[in-house]
Design a protein around this ligand. Structure first.
Ligand SMILES: CC(C)(COP(=O)(O)OP(=O)(O)OC[C@H]1O[C@@H](n2cnc3c(N)ncnc32)[C@H](O)[C@@H]1OP(=O)(O)O)[C@@H](O)C(=O)NCCC(=O)NCCS
Length: 178
């Protein structure tokens, strides 16, 4: 198994495999997959983008990506609205890494790959903090994030009214905070 840092172009080449894993992991319908394709293509062009592919030979076993979050972006604005001013200043209104996606295909789980992708995605980042959203019922991911030092910043965060509740989580980056 190799974990490869991928250029945006390489992420695009692997996009069908990325979407297959993503759709299986999150139970997406074909129209939702199409929508996600457009979103990911936009994400790959963002400032500070880092993408990782876990390759078993030529087979994609997992992937992760993120970038430097910025005002005006969909996720930033929704999370901004959900935070108190002090929390915004501490976590959002400064350079921050947005930990956007992490997924490992079903046959490759519980072998440490998710943890490795997580660590490699954050390794050496210049932003002092990182942020993510995770569904409150996603216990595998929550266990992983707690183990890796993430803390809950906002509970019951929703991307749309009536949608499932998420946690907004934050992690301090840097040498003293592995
Ligand atoms: C979350 C996910 C990436 C974990 O990948 P993984 O390769 O299985 O993770 P690891 O083997 O590195 O496990 C790391 C830790 O995560 C936790 N964990 C992983 N799977 C778990 C499960 N099914 N139940 C409980 N805890 C789990 C454990 O704490 C585990 O450590 P341990 O194996 O020593 O107990 C994977 O389950 C996945 O792709 N899920 C679907 C996509 C997703 O939800 N992504 C996160 C979106 S925010």
């Amino acid at each position: 198994m190799r974990i490869v840092e991928a250029t945006p172009r390489m992420m695009e080449e692997y996009l069908p495999a990325i979407l297959r894993i993503y759709a299986r992991a999150h139970g997406l319908t074909p129209p939702m997959v199409e929508q996600r394709r457009e979103i990911m293509l936009r994400h790959f062009q963002r400032r500070g983008f880092r993408g990782l592919l876990a390759l078993d030979g030529k087979t994609l076993a997992g992937f992760a990506y993120g970038y430097t979050g910025e005002p005006g972006q969909y996720w930033y604005e929704l999370v901004h609205a959900a935070m108190e001013p002090e929390m915004r200043r501490e976590w959002l209104e400064r350079d921050h890494f947005e930990f956007v996606e992490l997924a490992v295909d079903e046959g490759y789980r519980r072998m440490g790959l998710g943890g490795k992708l997580h660590d490699a995605l954050l390794d050496g980042r210049k932003e002092p903090v990182a942020l993510l959203t995770v569904r409150m019922d996603n216990l595998p991911a929550l266990n992983l994030y707690f183990r890796k030092g993430w803390k809950i910043l906002v509970k019951n965060f929703r991307f749309s009214p009536g949608g499932p509740p998420f946690y907004v989580m934050g992690k301090i980056l840097g040498a003293n905070h592995p």
